[in-house]
Design a protein around this ligand. Structure first.
Ligand code: B12
Length: 211
């Protein structure tokens, strides 16, 4: 692995936001692609954080400061992730489901969708089915995107889709889902319209659903 990418990973693992941001700047200047900086620097560091947490070497506070450093790096990278300018393609409401506070992945998906030309309504984290429904009722949402990182909160995706059916809104929106424990087969099971494993594929998924 490239040295700068390695130092980005180390800085995120230490939760050192300043160094993370400096190294991301350096990486951009060195001509590394934003996609490589994102995947091989920032995201792979978070994967390692997850592994360390699983092994009991990291606790929640370490995870939290690593996440903060990752977000700091992401903020520097964001303008560089932008693709070419395109027409507004549609409006997407995004939220992390009830009971779940993880939002790095959701925010990244939001950025990519925005860069791909969608308007994003960010509903935040811990979003109840009722809040998703209100969002659809109060503005013209084309796609509803749900994120979750916890296996325990995955059923909330199913519950939200059921609530949409009850509110007779299911036909008005496409529903896409994602997050580490989510799979295509889970999406099929709960009758979501689509699943994507990462932010760039979330963008192509959203485009294909509106065509
Ligand atoms: C950072 C982190 C935290 C931070 C979150 C900070 C924040 N603001 O988000 C903090 C410290 C708060 C945290 C807390 C907890 N966490 Co945590 N956390 C993580 C960690 C290390 C990284 C997650 C991350 O940001 N990944 C990077 C992003 C970019 O990836 P991503 O989220 O998967 O998103 C990508 C795709 O999934 C997809 N995607 C995501 N959303 C969507 C949505 C749509 C619509 C689409 C199409 C695609 C899509 O695109 C994204 C970009 O490519 C993971 C381990 C891991 N490697 O996943 C554990 C992990 C998710 N956490 C875990 C746990 C257990 C917890 C806690 C319960 C710990 C505790 N005992 O308190 C709490 C739960 C709090 C709560 N109620 O939510 C477990 C979950 C286990 C499980 N199977 O359920 C994990 C897997 C760690 C582990 N290995 O055990 N955590």
């Amino acid at each position: 692995v490239n040295e700068i990418l390695e130092s980005i990973q180390t800085a995120v693992l230490k939760g050192d936001m300043k160094t993370t941001q400096d190294q991301v700047e350096l990486a951009i200047g060195s001509g590394l692609t934003p996609a490589d900086i994102l995947h091989e620097g920032l995201i792979s560091a978070m994967t390692e954080v997850g592994r360390l947490f699983e092994e009991g070497e990291y606790y929640v506070p370490e995870m939290l400061i690593a996440a903060r450093a990752m977000r700091g790096g992401l903020a520097i990278l964001k303008p560089h992730l932008a693709e070419t300018d395109v027409q507004p393609l549609g409006k997407i409401a995004l939220g992390t489901v009830k009971g779940d506070l993880h939002d790095i992945g959701k925010n990244l998906v939001g950025m990519m969708l925005e860069d791909a030309g969608f308007e994003i309504v960010d509903l935040g984290v811990d979003v109840t089915p009722e809040i998703f429904i209100e969002a659809i009722q109060s503005s013209e949402i084309d796609i509803l995107g749900m994120s979750t990182l916890l296996t325990t909160t995955m059923p909330l995706m199913k519950a939200t889709i059921a609530a949409l059916v009850d509110a007779q809104l299911r036909d008005q929106v496409k529903v896409i889902i994602g997050g580490a424990p989510v799979t295509q087969s889970y999406a099929d099971d709960i009758d979501a319209d689509g699943y994507a494993p990462d932010a760039s594929r979330a963008a192509s998924l959203a485009k294909s659903l509106l065509n």
